[in-house]
Design a protein around this ligand. Structure first.
Ligand code: GLN
Length: 303
């Protein structure tokens, strides 16, 4: 077989990816070839007339075939960027999504305000269902003096998250706990308490699971997606245990699925913990993140 230039290889791959129904075939081809050549898309462009070595061509072809079969690009390359940092991902963790960055934005806004107002010396944070560690690690990187406890029910996910924390230099700011949301702390004495509670729990309903696109349905971990019959099981459990684990003042940030705003807000209000509940929308305009503010403690009786 005659050899090909980088440009020719990209064109052939784009053609296959387009036939497989992918929406941005050229961009996908460039992403996979950059991964093979350990370079970036600009380098590919600058070297487009250079010959692609046979070994790289073979490897590229294998990756393109996997992508054509529906495997998400992040699992093929083993990485995904979230809030500007590179996270390693494997099939035991959900691929971080851009809309989840909203949680980080709101948490940073709140911690800056609290510190400026002198309300808070340290941020004690819990990330429930940490997966790749994207939220927990980003907060550890961005909030000075923060302590994070990251929870997941999957030991494999915790391993991947701990590897990410080490690679990004925040291993000492995070501890890892295996279990179901706050139940992971049942045996810990004294009981930890948090002024910042963040979570992107599994929230898809049975019906959502059945109508998922193939790349998610066949490749991403169902445990990170499925939230029970109506998709709300995680929120029920989190709100039930929340009162025993919060510090006042505090903030709770939860990602929710499309159309879950009203039900999650009802659960939040039933808990009686929040002074205000606000919503932030993703770029598609769906209310995506619930922000519940827990007021400071009532002033005690005057002496
Ligand atoms: N956002 C994911 C999806 O739509 C679901 C993630 C989750 O359940 N937390 O596929």
């Amino acid at each position: 077989m005659r050899s090909h230039t980088i440009e020719e290889a990209l064109q052939r791959a784009s053609f296959c990816l387009e036939k497989a129904g992918l929406e941005q075939p050229r961009m996908e081809a460039e992403l996979l070839l950059s991964h093979v050549l350990q370079s970036d898309r600009l380098q590919l462009f600058l070297n487009r007339e250079e010959e692609l070595p046979a070994k790289s061509a073979e490897q590229f072809e294998r990756l393109v075939r996997r992508r054509c079969a529906g495997e998400p690009a992040a699992y093929i390359t083993g990485e995904k960027y979230f809030f500007g940092s590179r996270f390693k991902v494997n099939k035991s963790v959900l691929i971080p999504r851009p809309e989840t960055e909203l949680i980080v934005e709101r948490a940073l806004h709140w911690s800056d305000r609290q510190k400026a107002a002198g309300n808070l010396k340290t941020v004690s944070c819990v990330d429930l269902g940490t997966g790749s560690g994207a939220i927990a690690i980003t907060l550890a990187l961005k909030v000075p003096g923060i302590r994070v406890r990251a929870v997941d029910i999957s030991g494999d996910a915790l391993e991947q998250a701990a590897e990410n924390a080490a690679a990004l230099g925040v291993k000492d700011k995070i501890s890892w706990h295996r279990g179901s949301y706050f139940k992971a702390f049942r045996e810990i004495c004294p009981r930890p308490r948090f002024n910042l509670v963040v979570s992107n729990p599994p929230y898809l309903s049975k019906w959502d699971m059945e109508s998922l696109p193939r790349d998610i349905r066949e490749f991403e971990p169902p445990g990170a997606l499925y939230g029970g019959e109506d998709g709300l099981d995680s929120y029920r459990e989190i709100f039930e245990d929340l009162p025993g684990y919060v510090l006042k003042p505090g903030l709770v940030l939860l990602e929710v699925g499309a159309g879950q705003k009203e039900q999650v807000e009802d659960l939040a209000l039933e808990s009686g913990l929040f002074a205000t509940v606000s919503w932030y929308s993703d770029l598609a305009g769906h209310p995506r993140v619930m922000e519940g503010k827990i007021p400071g403690p009532e002033p005690g009786p005057r002496e």
